[in-house]
Design a binder for this molecule. Structure first.
Ligand code: NDP
Length: 277
């Protein structure tokens, strides 16, 4: 049963948007849903709007979950957004997000950007959180209605800030995932068992928090450009390439990693300095 006055519109019903709808409904919030492909709204239990105009009219808070910000422009078009708060939880670049904020304000609406740090099934769970950025007063006014989705991490008035943090987290996560798969491929191709390797991979995560803290402090001083350290790491990175090559694993990732140590040695600079440019 929804509580009076607690209503949202959700636009975009991919895996994330559908879970946003379910999460709001479970929290007793009345939901109106709209999607370009209308069939995806079936069976969710939300009120289905016949048009995007009807969807926007149905609530003050409009939550968008789309593939990118171009989709927001395409969906909202020239709709008058006066009195509406658009919270876009779609991924995109910080620059595109700032443009999207201007797009919404030019149509009379308030805007917040969000970056969802959870998979759909994790929404409302203990580990889920969402980065938000945009005007503080707008965030504070909507905080209670955003809270059922995940805990909130407000990053400030710069509309692009949520995407800076979201993309930085992806920059961290995507190579981690690929590096893990690369390790598993080396194990499997070498005739060993992934299950046997798993505990060692898990054990390596135990100290990552401390490593991040130590590295952050070092990087603030420019990172380590100690020649002996760089040469040792460059050799280690090269050995990963050689090991992968020997067992037939794709080495594009390993070659790329190795190239950073090689460049660092050549420039007598830390890998952080090479990356930062
Ligand atoms: P998608 O990124 O595939 O988003 C699909 C939604 O975008 C659908 O509703 C689709 O409509 C709509 N869409 C795409 N292009 C257009 C367009 N030009 N005009 C109108 N509608 C359009 O799936 P997700 O739900 O997984 O992700 C939504 C957002 O959440 C993304 O930005 C994603 O990066 C982010 N996110 C997703 C996570 C996940 O694990 N899924 C985790 C964290 C963030 P239609 O159905 O008609 O095609």
């Amino acid at each position: 049963m929804s509580k009076p006055g607690r209503a949202v519109t959700v636009v975009g019903l991919g895996p994330m948007g559908r879970q946003i709808v379910r999460t709001y409904l479970a929290a007793g919030v009345a939901v109106t849903a709209w999607n370009r492909t209308p069939e995806k709204a079936h069976g969710l239990g939300a009120h289905r709007a016949d048009s995007i105009s009807d969807a926007v009219a149905a609530a003050e808070l409009i939550v968008l979950s789309l593939t990118h910000y171009d989709a927001m422009d395409a969906v909202l078009g020239d709709i008058d957004l006066t009195g509406k708060v658009v919270v876009n939880l779609s991924s995109d670049s910080p620059r595109r997000t700032r443009e999207g904020a201007a797009f919404v304000r030019a149509r009379g609406g308030e805007f917040l950007a969000g970056g969802v740090m959870a998979q759909p099934q994790e929404l409302a769970g203990p580990s889920a959180y969402i980065f938000y950025s945009g005007p503080r007063a707008v965030f504070e006014a909507q905080r209670e209605l955003l809270r059922p989705l995940a805990s909130t991490e407000y990053l400030g008035a710069d509309d692009g800030a949520a995407q800076v943090y979201y993309q930085a987290m992806l920059a961290l996560f995507l190579p981690l995932l690929l590096g893990y798969e690369q390790a598993l491929a080396i194990i499997e191709r070498s005739g060993s068992e992934i299950a046997r390797f798993l505990p060692y991979a898990q054990r390596s995560l135990g100290s990552v928090g401390d490593l991040y803290a130590a590295w952050a402090g070092m990087v603030e001083q420019g990172g380590s450009a100690d020649p002996a350290y760089l040469r040792m790491m460059a050799a280690g990175a090269r050995h990963v390439v050689e090991t992968g090559t020997a067992v037939g694993v794709d080495t594009v990732l390993a070659e790329s990693v190795s190239s950073y140590w090689k460049r660092a040695v050549g420039a007598s600079a830390s890998t952080f300095q090479v990356l930062r440019g």
